[in-house]
Write a new protein. Structure first.
Length: 165
């Protein structure tokens, strides 16, 4: 007599579902069936995941809107020029610029040895970089790396506007 291959499992959600366990070794089928009993069935799990996905999407949209608002207020407060590039990249690049520059200020001035005069020079250089793609490329950089990254920027990354408004 062979070990059965199909198990009817009553899942935690109450649904009764037949499972073909023939792809598992015979000595592991019973324990896997018990494990399945402790879980929701596939249909119930997928429905819960999709419902939860909507909540995550709303949360993420709210978080992005909050970050975008903070980046816009920061750019206005510190007279940062608008970025140039594809429309779909601008918002992300603005958030990236804000996060990197504020991290750099914190690391170099607040926690580091730079004074406000050193920072003002760096800030003037920051204003010259208006290519959105450059800021997106630097989104994973550490704040302490910003001076070196700015030195490595090319003329293609610098905007055409007068940086000394």
């Amino acid at each position: 007599m062979s070990v059965r291959k199909t198990w009817t499992v009553v899942h935690r959600c109450g649904h009764e579902v037949p499972h073909d366990l023939s792809n598992r070794p015979a000595d592991r089928r019973a324990s896997f069936a018990r494990w399945l009993e402790e879980r929701d069935c596939s249909a119930y799990w997928k429905a819960a995941r999709d419902e939860d996905g909507a909540g995550k999407a709303e949360w993420l949209a709210a978080k992005r809107a909050e970050e975008q608002q903070a980046a816009a207020e920061w750019a206005e407060q510190f007279d940062m020029p608008p970025l140039e590039g594809p429309e779909k990249a601008l918002a992300w690049a603005e958030r990236s610029r804000h996060q990197l520059v504020t991290a750099a200020y914190s690391a170099l001035v607040t926690e580091g040895s730079w004074d406000e005069g050193d920072w003002a020079v760096l800030e003037d250089t920051i204003r010259t970089l208006t290519r959105a793609g450059w800021w997106l490329d630097q989104r994973a950089a550490e704040g302490t790396d910003l001076p070196e990254l700015l030195d490595a920027a090319t003329s293609g990354d610098v905007g055409t506007e007068n940086p000394f408004r």
